[in-house]
Design a protein around this ligand. Sequence first.
Ligand SMILES: [Zn+2]
Length: 120
Amino acid sequence: MPANPPGYAQGTQAGYPPPIAQQIPLTNTYVAANTHTVVVGSALQAPEYPYNTTCPSCNAPILTAAEYKSGALTWIICVVLTLVGCFLGCCLIPFCINSTKDVVHTCPRCNIVVGQHKRI
Ligand SMILES: [Zn+2]
């Protein structure tokens, strides 16, 4: 009988420190996620318009070919316009405007993707 109350007491006291100990690995995971975000952020630094660069595949100096594709911002504006009441075709306007679309830059020689410009 005396063994149970100390067991509960130790289990309760031991229950609080492990969450604190678990927060330390979570902090490390958060740092790793930040590092990954930095890599993604550098991939998003491609400008909106065609730019001069060196192709990583054919090593030629190129002017990228920009292709506009519907992205997250395009769909968000479409949904917002639909919710506001523009559901009779006006919600499709963002799909006709390049400034709401993502940009994919490709090499005109070897057609590989050199960079991307995402709105969101
Ligand atoms: Zn190339």
